[in-house]
Ligand binder design. Sequence first.
Ligand code: SF4
Length: 379
Amino acid sequence: MSAAVIPDGILEFDPYRSVANEELATRIDAVRAQLGSRLLILGHHYQQDAVIAHSDLRGDSYQLSQSAAGSDECRWIVFCGVHFMAETADILANRPEKIAARDGQRVDVILPDMAAGCSMADMAAIEQVEAAWEDLAEVVDVDQITPVTYVNSAASLKAFCGQRGGVVCTSSNARAALEWAFQQTPRVLFFPDQHLGRNTSLGMGIDADEMPVWNPHDDQLGGTTPEALQQSRVILWQGHCSVHQMFRAEHVRQFRERYPAIQILVHPECMQEVNDLADISGSTGKIIETVRGAAAGTEWAIGTELHLVNRLKSEHPEQEIHFLSPIVCMCATMHRIDLAHLCWSLENLLAGHPVNTISVEPETARWARVALERMLKIK
Ligand code: SF4
């Protein structure tokens, strides 16, 4: 098939829709062979298998960005994940010292489908957060609040934290980040994921009464009260992951009734009632390591994204792995990146017309980096 070319030399996407996956795979391999180690294709753990098969590295969002940023040869990153991940890759791969070491050359970071966003990240738009900060200033001293954002957030929100003495966290270091934040100020604003914030804070012994939830759609102090904010320790932003919130306490109970030896393993983006009932709660990395390290014959019900659970099932046939929910819980936005989009973006790159490049505005990138670097210093 010869792809149609639109006036500026970019290959049109539409013809790629009708190409069979076998042919797309062959063409993707051909571009990879031509671009060699200057090209890095990153595949997030939640990505579909057909795309993972073409990834140079597989990991969670932060691991992938760090690995890509550490490569000296890489000139193009194709991030098979979602928008905030590509932003983080751009921020880390295009640090001023990295650009200088490459004689001024930037790394192009490409997201094969611009519609691959994250509903959780979208729940904390920077305008909402700035408005909330102003409202908070009317009832508490905001100089005594450390903003902490989960890495699953827009670059603008990471920059907001960087500018205000705050920090970024991942699901694996959320507790360390909160402990660090409490060394700075007596109060924290945690966003966008209320569940990660709540589960982590409860694990640190913080009382539920000290965690009001800020609803960005309620213009009356986010639906809280001055008293609740004044006695708060962690103000939780009302955001969630649409995938992980589908796991329910009744799913845990049903598995326990049916399989008495079952181990329930969940991600801390799940709701508190699920997290509390689980045997183990941990980041994507911890989930993978836990399964890898378990004895043959272990029975698991795992509460995280479907593609990862299915991959664990096929990579660990010696264990009995179940998906915790009867409903399909998959990251639909990440799923938008398929072989057609990957092939289209790669062939445009080869033709000298990178499409869907993600470039964070320099001042935003600078402050976001401040918050990311604070996270790296936390032990
Ligand atoms: S799984 Fe949830 S948090 Fe992760 S990218 Fe998808 S919507 Fe966002």
